[in-house]
Design a binder for this molecule. Structure first.
Ligand code: FPP
Length: 248
């Protein structure tokens, strides 16, 4: 089992990453299907390669000192895919946790699920909830998996929770909404990376993205490696974030 070491300042300097590391990075892992097609292989082959790419990115996020990494693993719209593909994705999720949980836990990673786990088959649900329960007190990287997640549904759910809690309308503020989203308690989202060349959000973290920077890369997710991840973060570091203010 690998123990992930944090990079030292000197190491970060050497790889051009000393400075303002984003606290919370979201990734839309796109292009598994295209990657497989280019190799004349079934789409599920691409998803498996995508799962392997994820392993290295989680480790790198930890080593860089990123506090939260959120990946878009299964959207509320992904149920429309052929049943064989949906089942293959469920199988990979289960396999991922079975294989990785000991290493993630040993490295202090906290697993968080964003989305409604109820509609999933019992086996998938059980392995996710076990991983969440087992790592809930870990204080390292928060590794958040958006699964059966859609940002509009998340906002509607938050509104319902707020209404049911009986808060008077004139006391509802932005913080009330933020603290009723799945991402409550996580750091502000700084950066969204989308792979495979598409430049849209696809219902991912709409509220949370208000002041996030976007980096789009043509690389398909299975080929997204630590070098490309670092390149995206360096691009983020070059941006001037104004948050609506004038920056001299
Ligand atoms: C998008 O590629 C990818 C997905 C819908 C699923 C992402 C899943 C993984 C990376 C594998 C397992 C995940 C975990 C968390 C263990 P696409 O199929 O839409 O690609 P395309 O646009 O090229 O068709």
């Amino acid at each position: 089992m690998r123990i992930y070491e944090r990079y030292t300042e000197a190491e970060l300097n050497e790889i051009g990453l000393s400075g303002r590391i984003p606290e919370h990075v979201g990734i839309i892992m796109d292009g598994n299907g295209r990657w497989a097609k280019q190799r004349l292989m079934p789409r599920t082959f691409g998803h498996r390669a995508g799962m392997e790419a994820l392993h290295e990115i989680v480790r790198e996020a930890h080593c860089l000192g990123i506090k939260a990494l959120t990946v878009y693993a299964f959207s509320t719209e992904n149920w429309r895919r052929p049943v064989q593909e949906v089942n293959a994705l469920f199988g990979l999720l289960t396999e991922y946790f079975e294989k990785e949980i000991d290493e993630l836990d040993a490295n202090g990673v906290r697993i968080v699920a964003l989305g409604d786990l109820d509609p999933f088959p019992q086996k998938v649900k059980a392995c996710m909830t076990d991983a969440i329960e087992r790592t809930k007190n870990n204080t390292g990287l928060s590794f958040c998996i958006a699964i059966n997640y859609g940002s509009r549904a998340e906002i509607v759910r938050a509104i319902k929770k707020i209404m049911l809690s009986g808060v008077p309308a004139d006391e509802v503020g932005e913080d009330t909404v933020t603290s009723n989203l799945y991402t409550a308690g996580l750091p502000e989202l700084d950066l969204i990376i989308r792979t495979a060349g598409e430049e849209r959000l696809s219902n991912f973290l709409l509220w949370q993205a208000a002041y996030a920077e976007f980096v789009f890369t043509p690389v398909c997710w299975p080929d997204f490696d630590t070098a490309e991840f670092r390149r995206c973060i360096i691009e983020f570091m070059k941006r001037t974030r104004r948050f609506g203010k004038v920056v001299e």
